[in-house]
Design a protein around this ligand. Structure first.
Ligand SMILES: Cc1cc2nc3c(=O)[nH]c(=O)nc-3n(C[C@H](O)[C@H](O)[C@H](O)COP(=O)(O)O)c2cc1C
Length: 209
């Protein structure tokens, strides 16, 4: 059974972001996809130390939620990430986790389907949306999209309940995500995964005149 790992980047376990993610999760389940939701926005997560020890160890030296989530991500076919909007960007704690999760893990993320969901009271949603999508597009992960940018609005989950368009956007997102996951699974069997090589880095060797 295909699996989607869902990360709730809000400190509110039953807030607006979670309400949106639940709507998507229900539809994913109806589409035959297993879902696991993990609350990360309520955890104490510090930023990357840039120690590069993960290059040898294959995991982060800070042994926290990042290392717990890594194997779940490795075995997932899709990653759905939700965040509240703070000052026009994604929750800083979530970004700290994602920096370390994507940097410290060496398994291939190619063709795992990514999707971002944002919740704001009023503004800044599209910038926060881009914050999350950038992790996918540097990792060979296709992005599932919907009938609007994946956002809901409100201060409480009750507000989001009234955001009919937002909730419908979540259901459409989940349907698109399920379709992509199933199509990629067929593609893997019929034509195999593309070989993407990232072994050439821009080098800054100084050329003396
Ligand atoms: C520190 C902080 C900054 C916020 N900044 C914004 C913002 O820039 N734009 C906005 O519309 N809402 C902003 N909000 C409101 C939340 O994004 C909004 O209520 C969101 O739906 C909460 O989701 P949650 O219930 O999942 O935590 C902010 C809230 C906090 C606590």
């Amino acid at each position: 059974m295909s699996k989607v790992l869902i990360l709730n980047g809000s400190p509110h376990v039953h807030g607006c972001t979670e309400r949106a993610l639940q709507e998507a999760a229900t539809t994913l389940q109806q589409e035959g996809i297993e879902t696991t939701i993990i609350n990360v926005g309520n955890k104490n997560i510090r930023g990357c130390l840039a120690c590069y020890q993960c290059k040898e160890k294959g995991q982060c030296v800070i042994n926290d939620a990042v290392n717990d989530i890594a194997p779940l991500f490795e075995h997932a076919d899709g990653l759905l990430i939700g965040t509240p909007v703070y000052y026009g960007h994604a929750n800083g704690g979530l970004l700290a986790l994602l920096d370390r999760l994507f940097f410290s893990t060496h398994f291939s993320k190619v063709m795992k389907v990514g999707a971002a969901v944002v919740s704001s009271r009023r503004a800044g949603s599209t910038s926060a949306f881009e914050d999350i999508n950038k992790y996918f597009t540097i990792s060979g992960m296709p992005i599932a999209s919907s009938t609007y940018w994946n956002e809901v609005h409100g201060t409480t989950a009750e507000d989001v309940e009234k955001d009919i368009e937002g909730l419908n956007t979540m259901r459409n997102l989940a349907k698109a995500m399920a379709f992509l996951i199933k199509s990629i699974e067929m593609g893997k069997q019929q034509i195999g995964l593309p070989e993407l090589k990232a072994d050439v880095k821009t080098n800054f060797i100084r050329i003396e005149n």
